[in-house]
Design a protein around this ligand. Sequence first.
Ligand SMILES: Cc1ncc(COP(=O)(O)O)c(C=O)c1O
Length: 397
Amino acid sequence: MATGVLATRPGVMEDPGERGRFGEYGGLYVPESLVAACREVEAAFREARTDPAFRESLAESLALHVGRPTPLTPARRLSAELGVTLLLKREDLAHTGSHKINNVLGQALLALRMGRTRLIAETGAGQHGVAVATAAALLGLPATVFMGERDVERQGLNVFRMRMLGTEVVPVGTGSRTLKDATSEAMRHWVADTEEAYYCVGSVIGPNPYPWMVREFQRVIGDEAREQCAGALPAAVPDYVVACVGGGSNAAGTFAGFVGTSARLIGVEAEGGAGAARGSLGVLHGFRSLFLQDDHGQITEAHSIAAGLDYPGVGPEHAHLRDLGRARYVTVSDEEVVDAAVRLARAEGIVPALESAHAVAWVIRAARTGELPPGATVLLTLSGRGDKDISTLKELV
Ligand SMILES: Cc1ncc(COP(=O)(O)O)c(C=O)c1O
């Protein structure tokens, strides 16, 4: 059972304090009406995370409903092809098929503790929405999930799964009709009903305390992986820790387990959604961070073959880790991602989510160019499984 859940550890990735600051990023940039709601969430989380009863019920839910700990699988054939030792942290094997469920169970238990009677959420790829729908069914709470119309089209399987679980899915037709617009709509909806509704954010984005809280709920990935690597690698710690970055929750959770070690942390973004690698300072969705913007400071549209990565910004802690030089953010192209998904499928029998295939694509490229020295050890978080992407892949493979 995941007993160390929410345990505090000193280091770079600490509590960002009441201002919710990671260096110059983060904060609480919301309308007056949401300030009190965010403060309430923060107070409830601060109390819950040190309450043994809350930690125990979260650890139990993660074990019984999610299937934690997820395995660490050596990718033997791909490792031999690439000349490195590649270990996969298998969040694709978590219930509902991605890491999103870790965070959602935490927030849904918090919502119950706060006496909230319904959940609202945004979703891009639909994995966060499915996790919310699952937790809502499990805890007997109604849920409403906002999703861009474009994502509704390309993630039909997940839309059906949410509806099957009894959740209302609301397509959002504004702007680029993707995650950014779904997030704006969910926030608007929350403003109108902060008394009853709990807003369950899906990544390390949004106003304080969400970036911090979501990372704390996701650090179970990194903590487990650290322990598993200690058993699997002669040096105990891998040379590289690699994860894909949309808003950045699976990467933040993974990095949290290794930030105090010698491992090099690599976040892999989509070429067209590279908030950390190519963004500039701005404010959106209640937080200050790096966003893709034009010369006038207007947020520009992100694009990625992976619906979960076409967010135009990045979580504030990633922006800070980048500034500190503690983590590096790189990009890969859609073509590299599709090739990587096929290569992993054929070498290891694992069809990854297109989001996760970004991390695989970087490892393949870095091994080819020598950036990953021969014999390097690499931990890669496979954030989700590829079932939801089969119709996209069918067109391309
Ligand atoms: C499988 C999978 N991986 C990664 C992501 C990106 O989110 P994050 O950067 O918060 O981990 C998503 C988002 O939907 C996803 O579904």
